[in-house]
Design a protein around this ligand. Sequence first.
Ligand code: N01
Length: 862
Amino acid sequence: MQRNTRGAAARPADVDVVVVGAGFAGLYLLHKLRGLGFSVRVLEAASDVGGTWYWNRYPGARCDIPTTDYTFGFDPALEQAWRWSEKYATQPEILRYAQFVAEFYDLRRDIDFDTRVEAALWDEADGRWHLRTSTDEHIRCRFTIMATGCLSQPKAPEITGADRFQGATYLTSRWPQGGVDFTGKRVAVIGTGSSGIQSIPIIARQASQLTVFQRTPNFSIPAGNGPVREERLAPLRADRAAYRQAARLSRAGVPLEPTQVYGRYSPPEVRAERFEAAWQTGELIPILSVFADQILFKDANEIVCEKVREKIRAVVHDPETAEALSPRDHAFGTKRPCLDTGYYATFNLPHVRLVDLRKTPIERITEGGIALSGGESLTFDAIVYATGFDAMTGALVAVDITGRDGLTLKDKWAPGPSTYLGLMSRGFPNLFTITGPGSPSVLSNMMVSIEQHVEWVADCLAALRAQGHTRIEPTAAAEAGWVQHANDCADITLYPSANSWYMGANVPGKPRVFLPYVGGVDAYRRACDEVVARDYLGFERSGPAGERCNDGLVRRLQPDVQMVLEMMAAMNLPTFDSLPVDAARGLLAQLSAASPPGPAVGEIVDGQLPGADGPLDYRLYRPTTPGPHPVVVYFHGGGWVLGSQSSDDPMCRDLCARSGVMIVSVNYRHAPEARFPAAADDALAAVRWVSEHASSLGGQPGAVAVAGWSAGGNQAAVVCQRARDEGGPPIAGQLLLTPVTDSDLTRASYVENAEGYVLTAALMRWFFDHYVDAADRTDPRVAPLRADSLADLPPAMIVTAQFDPLRDEGLAYAQALQLAGVPVHTITARGHTHTSLTMVDVVVSGEPVRAQMAAALRSFFR
Ligand code: N01
């Protein structure tokens, strides 16, 4: 092994960049920055390169991303020069690979081993970091890059008496270099995460007795390891560059086409087939992606959970042990699932015992072994702690980092880490974190995420130098915006529901915050690239060239709204207003057909009712609960031109299922065939008819409520005014979702959101032109905001969306109703668009708003 043999005095104490850590991130950083002509030193606490693969030498340690993907892809020459032997390489082979990379680029000469960075202090006047090492060296540098790894700071076992044990004690993440021979030994393993699950079958082969102490069972799938499979190699051989690029643009850093199949709407045979196909791959990414909705909804997730439990029951002979090994406390994927080789079968061996700590907790560790709460005392020769890490933040705050104005990273992050893009944190100029909290990191193929961060940081340093800047720091607004966005991403998933290390829940006292970025490698890369393309949006820079601050938020839309817009942009669809009316209707029907159907309701009945000038179709949605139910007449969106009684089907199902009210969605005559006031007249006629026939439809007699989206919201608002002025019927309440309330297209929201969010200013103009003559546009049956009086109208809930041209007129209507004494509840949905709130099961971030809308419908009838 080559080592840095130069004396400390020979190394420069003043460099451009110090990199902390010589794992894969540190190695690539050194190579990259050296290539750009920066002076760099890498400081590494271990005695060699490899990072996590240096330390985690426990038996059975392997990667859990196939080696075809768990490998550097930035240099074809490096890839040509290395061959992996297995689908999942062992720790020694991965460590050899790290050593090979170090040699390939002659990196060791700039790495100080056995050198821990103990403190880093930012000197604002000097514009540099001052570092102190365990070797008592003081190093001054312009930039510090923390490449300290996400899972490198072991977590204390926190078990009473751990220090009293007289036998041998091992920590999986600090395994002895020469290995351990357990032959004939009575061994305890505490912990059943990836480290425990990988090591247990191998320790069982040697030990005379093995007792596994499990606090929480984990989901594990058989790795199916072996030589690298031809089908994995083929696409790489065919076009290596394309394959690597596909990985960079994938959700998790491994090429895989995302599925559109929803578990909750799939028949049993499709569920079984998809699950089994993913299971057979022996890979994490496919089993995490069996269904598009498995990480979003509990019922979809439970399909996967139960199928894994079936697999466990099929292997483990003793039903009680099988049940104890079956996770029931967390959704699949919310804790990182494990890959194993013979893990569950190990519990069929006569000398292996599982102790379920949920039933029988450890009371204490004694000199001779482990005492359990029930009074049982077990004797051991060795205890193995596979108890995990203080993940993502532990290694960063373990260094005493003091930034601007004496702020320490530890203090700043005490309530949870706050970063911009997971790359920097305000108050710590020129300090970068590779795969830091707030970036995809541990939720992705780390090699892809490391490469992306290294390249982003290297490009950033080069850009600063080129532009005459020596200092960079994120703005407070940009950082807060990113934290919000990262939380928004997590909050639409099931991840925050688990007590995982992703949530910091495994370390007592650590704040419960979702640490990685769950929006996907692809979406994340786009955000990072956009920041650069927009002249380092959200960063302050300064130096000889002067000061530059380009403040702003890179992501303001809810993540699922952003995703839908990006998907639509990728489909390159024509805009509705560029099409003839029939084609626009066809496009809407096509988009509706491709949407998930929405939740089940008790019954759906199609019928006809008399409109103002002939019959109108309606669709009735009945709740599952026994009736009679309160009745709501619903008007669909589509600008008076598009849509039908069934075009808002998922939305009507959702409202019905959530609120327990009956929804009657009414088709009305559309323009341009039937122009103003046909739609408004039909709406009033329909409400009258439904009101009169409520009982025979199975509804409660008495006042009905009205609801509508967009132009349908306009109908609902207009009906309330006309019912008040034209002899009824009584109306219990009005739910207006992003309604048209006026014909003034000059409000600020029209200007701000004129383009880019599906409903454009041009499309609204197209709708108006088809529906109503210019002279009639101030008629209150088109512009209810312009009615002479808004008094004595039914209570209202008005929902507007932040990025909707119609936002301000919706707010204006709410305000005007309020001034007229009408009870109004208003919501402005942050990060939403005109159309996003109706996208049931697709835009999950709309759920809380949909829940409030349903609650409003119920409240109208109290
Ligand atoms: O750690 P973990 P890990 N008493 O935190 C238990 C990566 N990795 O080292 O769940 C009793 O997952 C704890 O119980 P609970 C991978 O990303 C990858 O195994 O907190 N038990 C849990 O069972 C992985 O997710 C590979 O209730 C205690 C276990 O210890 C991550 O590293 C291999 C306890 C810890 O599991 C961490 O995995 C290895 C106590 N006081 C690791 N304290 C690959 O395959 C903790 N536990 C690439």
